[in-house]
Design a protein around this ligand. Sequence first.
Ligand SMILES: C[S@@+](CC[C@H](N)C(=O)[O-])C[C@H]1O[C@@H](n2cnc3c(N)ncnc32)[C@H](O)[C@@H]1O
Length: 334
Amino acid sequence: MKNNPLPRLDQCHETRDRLLPLCRLRPGAIWVDPVRGHRVGCVDAVNREAVLSLCEGVCPSLALHDPPYNLVAFDSRSIDEYISWCKQWIAVSADVLAKDASLYVWLGADQTDGFQPLPDFMIMMRSMPFRPRSFITLRNQRGYGTQQNWMAIRQELLYYTRGRPVFDVEAEYTAIPKVLRGYYKTVGGRRTENSQRSRSDTIRAGNVWIDIQQVFYRLHENVSGCYAQKPLAAIERIVSASTNPQAAVIDLFAHSGTTLLACERLGRVCVTSDIDPVFCEIAIRRLERFRSTGQPGWQNGNPFEREIRTNLPKQSTPSRKPGRSEELTLFEVK
Ligand SMILES: C[S@@+](CC[C@H](N)C(=O)[O-])C[C@H]1O[C@@H](n2cnc3c(N)ncnc32)[C@H](O)[C@@H]1O
């Protein structure tokens, strides 16, 4: 098995610089998928004109955004600055979305800093043309803060609508959460445990999701180099519940291209952007890899493995650990 991961690209600038020349998009450029018409733009989410041209001729009925969270570990700014930045891309989304539309936003709450920016964002949204619908929590399996605090294992997801968008309740029935092991039920005269029964027609996902595996390096959907990848199952749940087949979906923060891949798999069209050409390239390559191999990511590999090999130690967890450039050597593939 290959073991050829990239380090976190937000922390290993040397690697990022080596990857840049391999990217097909420059800032401002748009890639149009020749097969199904998806679009990937190297576009700043708050550049209204650029997002309008990205969406030209397409009218998304779902926006599914996962912005940087303003946490100290990442690129933190003042709360006011951050919220006014959010307000801009929400306004841009309102401009490009259909009259009847859904808007989902993943956001964090920094427990070391007044739980910002989640409550500030919620308050800001009261002035925007969307109605709050649900406050979803995705439970992570791994967390932080175990010694002096409750382990932080939650990811927050806000759901808003405008007009009367589709909500397919059928798409929302879920596998029985594994945490409920021990709940017995007699099926066909046989006593069964939860884990022996699969998807249920009677258990709805609700707004606390405990049945979705967080992405880590052993999963096939893992994209090494990415540091903030969302589980494909969560994105597919949202796309299935909140769009009709063939609908268009917009995601202004593509990163590993999870929304793009979910749309491909579910027969929707995705319009997505990232400000960073490297993540635009990764998103496009993830789609192309899925089409050629059926794989949703690079478990034990990386999106640039055709051109570059790395010598990171085996069993490292590139999507979670800091990528220190001194640990890494890149080899060109001849
Ligand atoms: C949290 S990640 C998104 C993760 C994504 N949902 C996934 O599953 O891979 C945020 C992404 O937003 C991008 N980004 C940051 N600022 C941006 C901006 N102003 N416009 C567009 N993209 C931006 C970053 O480069 C990063 O790739």
